[in-house]
Design a protein around this ligand. Sequence first.
Ligand code: LLP
Length: 421
Amino acid sequence: MDHFLYRDGALFAEDVPVAEIAAAVGTPFYCYSTATLERHFRLFDEALEGVDHLVCYAMKAASNQAILKTLAALGAGMDVVSGGEYARAIAAGVPGDRIVFSGVGKTCEEIATVLAGGIRQFNVESEPEMEAINAVALEMGVVAPITVRVNPDVDAKTHAKIATGKSENKFGIPISRAREVYAHAASLKGLKVVGIDVHIGSQLTQLEPFELAYRKVAELTEQLRSDGHEIIRLDLGGGLGIPYERSNSAPPLPMEYGAMVKRVLGHLDVEIEIEPGRLIAGNAGIMVSRVIYVKSGEDREFLIVDGAMNDLIRPAMYEAHHDIVPVIEAEPGLEPVRYDIVGPVCESGDTFAKGRAMTPLAAGDLIAFRSAGAYGAVMASEYNSRPLIPEVLVKGDQFAVIRRRPTYEEMINRDSIPTWL
Ligand code: LLP
């Protein structure tokens, strides 16, 4: 459920008409709903009620400071994957002991920054990285808390570009080698093993792959404990999918996911961490765009809109489906038209949807791409010198621009000219 609903034929973000925001900030733009963000965070928090847990929002999904502050105020931890994300989390007021640091290529500089600023744990992805964290920690005279990310070789049954838990993927260490790697970790004086980490992929629409992976982690927990390691924490990653198509059957709910986690891991007396990104932010955001032209092709109608692949890359990159709806509903009874919905970027890949049935639209009409809150604004670029589009946050009947659209001048002034020119 989200808070983008029609009232008398007009799309609202909570209590604000989307058309009013478009008039104030121009198009295209991203618009997030505070109530939806909060609701989704709470669903996870409640799903794990009864076990010691921390929900660490995977901020790669949407990392605007205002979004982070909204979630941090509810007690969210953060899952970060770069020095930049760590800096954003700290700037949003998240304490270091609520931040976990994931990612396959942490640099020594990032490791040092994070150790100095405070961190809950590093999720270590390889032995060379383990050695690097140890070396930096020893040099700084501190001890780094770590988990090791294990790769359970489980098929997440999702898009190949976002599956991470098979042995051919670059992530984690093979679970078959885990005992050996943990023995190595225990011998390094700059490290303190606190648990195990796993993340098998994103946009999972079934519980089964999670359960298979978590069973392997449960077994490993017992083995590692019998080897003498103190396993006090399991980080189970993120990945629970969202319904992108309202017409399709919905993925499992956080409550069902939480029940499975408790069933599979509840007996281990560990603290549980999860790292959901998409489920918190995805349906909490829309991208609003305006139709520039309706163009008749030889055998199809093109809807040329002012948003493009540089603003929302998911359809071009993952063949992702986003529901696209008019901001002002058409009069009832009009026959739908099938449109190819495209942006102005000079690539055929700049196509959001092909043959999408919509009520008839005309130049100047506003449309909204639903489920665009996660991996939307954060993956945007300025390709074709199209400035990054603004982000707006709604709360009740208020809205605020939380990142404004840069001017052309600001965009150009980021370049610098060498002295010889
Ligand atoms: N934890 C780790 C270690 C991750 O790599 C990810 C996502 C998450 C948590 C959060 O997963 P989520 O709950 O959001 O599924 N750009 C792609 C998605 C990439 C996901 C990368 N890792 C997309 O637009 O579909």
